[in-house]
Design a protein around this ligand. Sequence first.
Ligand SMILES: Nc1ncnc2c1ncn2[C@@H]1O[C@H](COP(=O)(O)OP(=O)(O)OP(=O)(O)O)[C@@H](O)[C@H]1O
Length: 260
Amino acid sequence: MTPVDSLTLCCNSLGLSRHRRPVLHGIDCIFRPGELTAVIGPNGAGKSSLLSCLAGVLPLTSGQLSLNDRVLSEVSAGERARLCAYLPQQESPAWSMPAQDLVALGLLPWGRSLSRTQRRERVARALKQVDAEALARRAVTQLSGGELRRVQLARLLVGEARLLIADEPGAALDIRHQLQLMETFRQQADNGKTVILALHDLGLAARYCDRILLLEGGHLRAQGTAEGVLTNSQIADVYGVSSELRWRNGRPEFVTGDLL
Ligand SMILES: Nc1ncnc2c1ncn2[C@@H]1O[C@H](COP(=O)(O)OP(=O)(O)OP(=O)(O)O)[C@@H](O)[C@H]1O
């Protein structure tokens, strides 16, 4: 039986139009607790749009989203904020504040249910998870792109939400921090969380994710394991690039080839 604090997010025939242009078409998929899912696809395929819908930020044009058998739109905003943490693709700080205060914003949905000590501990833990303890007191407007992203990732993690949705979380990070981040997301999924990431790096998707959703032109072209989705022919069709998926140390390794 699924533990009560586990979250399954289900998409039924999800459709979305933006400025009257259809951008997502009949998406059917399910995100389960314990699974790390990558949403991949070329620029403009609809990854960010899908993640915004999943996080309840963009209202659907058609179809339905449900969270453990409850229609998502009927879950109150407050409860949703406690259940689901979302990091958009790009976000600039609206005003200057110490990094630790920005991270603490991720605890807002918990109101006064946490003591000051608990809040401080949670913020410190989240900063540590992304190797950003040394940035705690720095002004967020004075951080490098990758440093700011790590602080924003700490804000994503600090609320310990059961559903984590992050759009290109590692795009600004150096390779060490990218790997550390993927290990963190892997661990979160292994601890029973439902984790959904939009990724351009198919190597990271293949290596760390249980499932991959491949979007093309707003359609869900394929979903499944790396072996099922990252096939030479599918990658050639969708991206126009040759590729190889091989095994190394028991894990799939995706290698980008040439332009076709
Ligand atoms: N704010 C917006 N208003 C109208 N159309 C939009 C908006 N944002 C994106 N779109 C359109 O929606 C479609 C999907 O865009 P989306 O940002 O979801 O793609 P993506 O797969 O995340 O792309 P990328 O890899 O470039 O980040 C594109 O055709 C895009 O032009």
